[in-house]
Design a protein around this ligand. Structure first.
Ligand code: AMP
Length: 226
């Protein structure tokens, strides 16, 4: 008997713990990970034509055109990840990308990490850095001995532009505008599974239980088909 492969997409705003949850999925399940951002960066590093084209958009913080990214991702799924269970990260980012994916592969599920904006902003705004050395601190999880000052040099700590609440809020809004149509698309197809919580340790056991049960169901259906 040949079992169906397990194919999942993971979505979530920046700072939602998507990286942590993805790495735990890879640790506990036999999945291969494909990040469209990594794939594009590899093309840029290798100086391919696709990489040169993509870099213009990436440098400006814009989405790479659908045709280009769809072609790259589908080619990777068909070649290097052929016959594997996979977890797709960063793709699809638009409805046309989701439709193109559907034409080639049937998905098992779409996981969406739903962490409130205020939780993400609070967590990120606690990060402080010693500019000279790059030493990082967090007011809650890894505080400096003297608040606001580097442990080693005693110099003042600064906040990165990217970690400032207004920057994080802008990033979250832009993610929301971009992802809402894709989430709606998957909600309609019944593939979307939402996990709401404040932190990865709270969300992870539910993701794990969900994936385990879905894999069991898929396996039983495959047995019934034989
Ligand atoms: P990421 O590492 O997922 O944040 O992606 C880095 C950059 O690559 C993004 O800001 C986009 O410019 C581009 N990118 C990654 N995935 C996609 C995608 N699915 N569609 C369009 N552009 C993408």
């Amino acid at each position: 008997m040949i079992s169906r492969l397990f194919r999942a997409v993971i979505m979530g705003p920046p700072g939602s713990g998507k990286g942590t949850i993805s790495s735990r999925i890879l640790r506990d399940f036999a999945f291969k990970h494909l990040s469209s951002g990594d794939l594009l960066r590899a093309q840029i590093r290798d100086g391919t034509i696709a990489g040169v084209q993509a870099s213009h958009y990436i440098e400006r913080g814009e989405l790479v055109p659908d045709d280009l990214v769809v072609q790259l991702v589908l080619a990777e799924l068909r070649s290097h990840l052929k016959g594997d269970n996979w977890l797709l990260d960063g793709f699809p980012r638009t409805v046309p990308q989701a439709q193109a994916l559907k034409e080639s592969f049937s998905l098992s599920c779409v996981l969406n990490l739903n962490v409130p904006d205020e939780v993400i902003i609070d967590r990120i705004k606690g990060r402080w850095v010693h500019a000279e050395s790059g030493r990082t601190y967090h007011t809650e999880f890894n505080p400096p001995k003297v608040p606001g000052f580097d442990d080693v040099t005693g110099e003042p700590l600064v906040q990165r532009h990217d970690d400032k609440p207004e920057t994080v809020r802008a990033r979250l809004n832009s993610y929301k505008n971009q992802s809402t149509p894709v989430l709606e698309y998957y909600r309609k197809t019944g593939l979307l599974q939402e996990f709401t919580g404040r932190e990865s340790n709270e969300i992870w056991p539910r993701v794990r239980a969900y994936l385990s049960s879905l894999i069991d169901v898929q396996r039983e259906q495959d047995v019934d088909r034989v």
